[in-house]
Design a protein. Structure first.
Length: 208
């Protein structure tokens, strides 16, 4: 079994960080409560250098924040697009981006929901159990407009579902009970400053 898949395809070697990050700039990460995170994003219709540059920025910003995935509205851009660098439960690493992602519907009969801890760069410092299907298929395009399908299991399936939620204007807090949401926001209030301090240190380490 190959250990790394890039854009859904196995590769023999891949560096620690996606090469896109090298040409990117760090962007500010939006926080839950900001409008751009709570409404559906627009379809990407222009495929070109601006889109590629946004993807570069998103990779770097994701690494700075120690994230496994990042959607465009998490850097304030309301376009349907996310990047990811995420392991699955078999230790296989998945890296890439997808434009205009749509989560494939699943037969409820064959669907298995897993409860596992989930966090979000836009809810800094909080982690809560969220039920998600153990498998996810996302259809979309790559940055050049070519059709792309991503398939994941375990933690990577969780990532695909979480990021597709983002472009649809949902954060994982929307999937929690009122009491759980309150707990997540309490954790965020407690740990937010530590998270921002760590990101600032990472900017020093990764961009100098
Ligand atoms: Zn998130």
């Amino acid at each position: 079994m190959p250990r790394v898949f890039v854009q859904g395809n196995p590769v023999d070697y891949y560096p620690r960080h996606a090469p896109e990050a090298r040409s990117g700039s760090v962007r500010r990460i939006t926080e839950t409560g900001e409008d751009v995170l709570h409404r559906p994003c627009r379809d990407v219709t222009e495929f070109g250098p601006d889109l590629a540059a946004l993807i570069d920025d998103m990779f770097l910003t994701m690494y700075i924040a120690d994230g496994a995935g990042l959607a465009a509205n998490q850097v304030g851009i309301d376009l349907r697009l996310f990047v990811y660098d995420c392991p699955d439960d078999d230790g296989v690493r998945h890296v890439g981006h997808i434009v205009n992602p749509v989560l494939a519907a699943q037969d409820p009969a064959g669907r298995r929901l897993l409860d596992d801890s989930e966090g979000c760069l836009s809810v800094p410092g909080a982690a809560m159990d969220v039920p998600r299907p153990d498998r996810a298929v996302v259809h979309g395009q790559d940055k050049d407009g070519n059709p792309l399908t991503l398939e994941g299991t375990g933690y990577f399936a969780r990532c695909l579902a979480h990021e597709t939620d983002h472009v649809n204007g949902r954060v994982y807090l929307d999937r929690l009970s009122k009491r759980e949401r309150k707990e997540a926001l309490r954790q965020m209030a407690d740990r937010r400053e530590d998270v921002y301090a760590r990101r600032a240190a990472n900017i020093e380490a990764l961009t100098s």
